[in-house]
Design a protein around this ligand. Structure first.
Ligand code: NAD
Length: 260
C-alpha cells in the first residue's frame, strides 16, 4: 500500500472523523482540517495516539475555514513539505426552513461551505496533484445531491451543485491519474443529523421518533442509517489503482432510496 497524505475538511467530527480513523488505521497520514481548531487538534492527537501504531499511520491538524478564499489559497504554503494526495471535501452544515423564511445570509453560508469551499480547495490543491500525476478527490455529497426534501433548499442546491463541479473537474483532469467522485449517502447518525432531528420535529410538528421513522428512514427500503464505516471503506476503495477509471461519478449509498 502507498502511504497517502489525505486532507479531510470538517475532519474533526462525524463522517470526516470516522473516515480519518479508518484511513489512519490503514497507515495513511491524515490532515484533519476544520474550522474548529481545538477539535481538529484533539482529533489529530487522539487519532495518532490510538491508531497510529497499527500500521504506522499518522495525523496532524490545521485550522481552516473553507469559505475563507485567502486561507484556502495559502494552504499549499501552510502545509509546507506535505503534498496532498487525497482531498476529501467533507465540511458541511445544515439549516432547515421553508424557503420563504430562510435567512438570506444562512442560504449563502451553506452554498459557501458546501459548494464554493470545495471548488476553492480543489483549485488550491490540484496543481500539486497534477505535478505528481496522482490525486484522488472525494466529495461528501448526499442523497440530496440526487433528490430533494422540503425545507432544505440551500443544502439541496449546494449538494446538487457539487455533482456538476465534480463532472467538470473530471473532464479537466482526464490526462492525469486524478479522479474526482461524490459520495451520496442517505442519513448517517452524526451530530449534524442529531440537530436536524430536533429541527425537523419542530418544523413538521412531529416527535423526534416520528422524524426518524417517517422522514429519515421511510424513503429507504433498507430502513437503516448509513454507517460512517461504509463511507470510509468506499473512500479507501476510490483511492486505489482499481478505481483509477471511476471519475465524475455519484457513488450512492442510500439503502435503495433512489430505486423508487
Ligand atoms: P458534523 O457536524 O458532525 O461535522 C461537520 C464538520 O464540518 C464539523 O467538524 C465542523 O466544525 C466542520 N465545518 C463546518 N463548517 C466549516 C467550515 N466553514 N470550514 C471547515 N470546517 C467546517 O457533520 P457530518 O454529518 O459528519 O457531515 C459531514 C458531511 O457529510 C457534510 O458535508 C454533510 O452534508 C454530509 N452528509 C451528512 C449526512 C448525515 O446524515 N450526517 C448525510 C449525507 C451527507
Amino acid at each position: 500500500m502507498n502511504k497517502r497524505t489525505i486532507f479531510i475538511t470538517g475532519g474533526a467530527s462525524g463522517i470526516g472523523l470516522g473516515m480519518a480513523e479508518t484511513l489512519v488505521k490503514q497507515g495513511h497520514h491524515v490532515i484533519v482540517a476544520d474550522i474548529n481548531e481545538s477539535a481538529a487538534q484533539e482529533a489529530a492527537a487522539v487519532l495518532a495516539s490510538k491508531f497510529g501504531s497499527i500500521n504506522d499511520g499518522s495525523a496532524s491538524a490545521v485550522a481552516v475555514d473553507v469559505c475563507d478564499a485567502a486561507q484556502i489559497a495559502a494552504l499549499p504554503e501552510a502545509l509546507g513539505k506535505l503534498t496532498v494526495d487525497v482531498l476529501i471535501n467533507n465540511a458541511g452544515i445544515q439549516h432547515v426552513s421553508n424557503l420563504e423564511d430562510f435567512p438570506a445570509d444562512k442560504w449563502q453560508q451553506l452554498i459557501n461551505i458546501m459548494l464554493v469551499g470545495p471548488a476553492l480547495t480543489i483549485q488550491a490543491l490540484l496543481p500539486a496533484m497534477k505535478a505528481q500525476n496522482f490525486g484522488r478527490i472525494i466529495n461528501v455529497g448526499s442523497i440530496h445531491s440526487l433528490v430533494a426534501s422540503p425545507f432544505k433548499s440551500a443544502y439541496v442546491a449546494a449538494k446538487h451543485g457539487l455533482l456538476g463541479l465534480a463532472k467538470t473537474v473530471a473532464l479537466e483532469t482526464g490526462d492525469y491519474d486524478i479522479t474526482i467522485n461524490t459520495l451520496c449517502p442517505a442519513y448517517v447518525k452524526t451530530p449534524l443529523v442529531e440537530q436536524q432531528i430536533e429541527a425537523q420535529a419542530k418544523e413538521n410538528n412531529m416527535t423526534e421518533d416520528e422524524v426518524v421513522k417517517k422522514i429519515m428512514l421511510e424513503p429507504m427500503p433498507k430502513k437503516q442509517f448509513i454507517e460512517v464505516q461504509e463511507l470510509a471503506d468506499t473512500a479507501a476503495f476510490l483511492m486505489t489503482n482499481s478505481a483509477k477509471n471511476i471519475t465524475g461519478q455519484a457513488i450512492t449509498l442510500d439503502g435503495g432510496w433512489t430505486a423508487r
